[in-house]
Design a binder for this molecule. Structure first.
Ligand SMILES: [Fe+2]
Length: 246
């Protein structure tokens, strides 16, 4: 497989990976303005982009995902819960869906909390083995932090959902799996993010302060304390990303 992590605007990280042997690729969390760069990467690898996925409707930057998908004829994919929120057709992803891009397999994990539509993607290179190798964790789990759950006006409820997602779906994953989040330090989508753009589940379980809360209530208190200011222009960015305006 090939794999690129792309550092872009707003301390965001995008991903482009797939199977060069069979010429299939997936783009994740594409930021508006980067579409041409993804097209160039696809030309370099001689692959066609089959899926463009946003791990959630972003509140801190304009998504380029839908535009890129339209330009290459790929499926633009979001969690199915966005059907009632967005004003355009998309490919709905459900928990436990499996996407194939040649020899690369992607298991969809629905991890509500940062937002109700948040996804993680568990990726397997079937040329290397049947076990997942890494996870793209969106704004659910960062290196040294977790996604803020307060941007939708349901802080405590979403914080509780984030605790449940982490405990039930993320922490049981094997320690050796690498994690690749949607942001690094400098982002306001969480607090205390590391500047290092990748980690492993094992290292985060040992060192991430938000993963050591003994119970749901302590987690909710910890994740909602000392939270950063909301992203600038958040309402307009969300409206554009939902297709409510341009
Ligand atoms: Fe986010």
């Amino acid at each position: 497989m090939f794999f690129r992590q792309i550092r872009t605007k707003e301390s965001s990280l995008s991903y482009f990976f797939g199977c060069a042997t069979l010429g299939k690729a997936v783009a994740v969390d594409v930021v508006a303005g980067d579409e041409e760069m993804f097209l160039e990467q696809a030309r370099m690898e001689n692959v066609s982009i089959t899926h463009v996925i946003d791990t959630h409707i972003h509140a801190d930057h304009y998504s380029g995902g839908r535009n890129l998908a339209e330009r290459v004829g790929a499926r633009y994919a979001l969690h199915e819960s966005d059907a009632s929120l967005v004003r355009f057709p998309f490919h709905p992803l459900r928990d436990n869906d499996f996407i194939e891009a040649g020899n690369v397999g992607i298991r969809v994990i629905h991890t509500p909390g940062h937002t109700p539509d948040s996804l993680c993607l568990l990726v397997t290179d079937r040329r290397r083995g049947d076990e997942p190798w890494f996870a793209i964790t969106g704004d659910t789990l960062f290196v040294g932090a977790v996604g803020r759950p307060d941007l939708g006006g349901h802080s405590e409820e979403w914080a509780g959902q984030l605790f449940d997602s982490l405990q039930e779906k993320i922490l049981p994953l094997p320690d050796h799996i690498e994690i690749y989040p949607a942001h690094t330090s400098g982002s306001v989508c969480g607090k205390g993010l590391s500047g290092k753009p990748s980690s492993t589940f094992g290292f985060e379980k040992r060192t991430n302060p938000l993963l050591s809360s003994p119970d749901r209530e302590s987690f909710i208190r910890a994740v909602l304390s000392d939270i950063p200011p909301v992203p600038g222009e958040m309402e307009r960015i969300v409206a554009v990303n939902r297709g409510e305006c341009r």
